[in-house]
Design a protein around this ligand. Structure first.
Ligand SMILES: Cc1cn([C@H]2C[C@H](O)[C@@H](COP(=O)(O)OP(=O)(O)OP(=O)(O)O)O2)c(=O)[nH]c1=O
Length: 193
């Protein structure tokens, strides 16, 4: 029988990624304050937010005997955190800054069952130079609005991505290699007979 988990997320991307590895899950969206703390390092920030998302569901999930999986993803350029854009101007500014440069995408995973397991994936993404016209045209597609760094590698944003070093699923929002390792540590096998 397939193991069931709670996915503490409202992100359709994380659902699709879990579907990709055949996991069965229940969705429990959580809403927490995702503001970074003053001078918080990117790796501390994403790990804290992923852990807070899973913690928000943990007590209730324990009663049901189900582990809780949560994740957080942020784009980092020159050590600076870029979350989701506040508005059009913010998105345009982020895309201008990412143009022609290499940034990092940090994705933290938190799995709370009998124990708390955590993992972090950092992937390097290089953008080609973007023209002002294509940045505006990209904003008009509405794809950037709810994505960290204002782009989606799995969507139209793929045409900006010259190369990546690391994990594609990590950039999309849930690094599957690390997630499968955490599940296995808690006795949940992705591949089973
Ligand atoms: C860089 C990048 C980010 N993203 C998305 C993944 C995440 O959904 C989002 C970052 O925001 P998150 O706060 O990590 O996640 P979320 O608010 O969408 O969902 P939840 O907190 O409920 O789990 O950006 C892409 O879909 N593609 C990309 O290429």
């Amino acid at each position: 029988m397939k193991a069931r988990i709670i996915l503490a997320s409202a992100s359709p991307r994380r659902r699709e990624l879990l579907d990709q590895i055949g996991m069965t899950y229940e969705i429990w969206p959580v809403h927490i304050d995702e503001s970074p703390r003053c001078n918080e390092a990117p790796h501390d920030y994403v790990r804290r937010i992923a852990a807070e998302k899973s913690a928000a569901c943990h007590a209730q999930a324990v009663h049901m005997g189900l582990p809780v999986l949560a994740a957080d993803t942020t784009v980092v350029l020159g050590g600076q955190i870029m979350g989701k854009p506040k508005d059009k101007e913010d998105a345009i500014m982020m895309l201008r800054r990412l143009s022609g440069r290499t940034h990092q995408v940090y994705s933290a995973v938190s799995l709370r069952g009998n124990e708390h397991g955590e993992a972090l994936n950092v992937t390097h993404v290089t953008f080609r130079a973007l023209s002002e016209r294509e940045i505006l045209a990209y904003w008009a597609t509405s794809e950037p609005a709810d994505k960290a760094g204002s782009y989606a590698i799995q969507g139209l944003g793929s045409v900006f991505v010259q190369s990546i070093r690391g994990s594609f699923s990590g950039v999309v929002g849930l690094p599957l290699f690390e997630t499968a390792e955490l599940l296995l540590q808690q006795g949940i096998q992705v591949l089973h007979e």
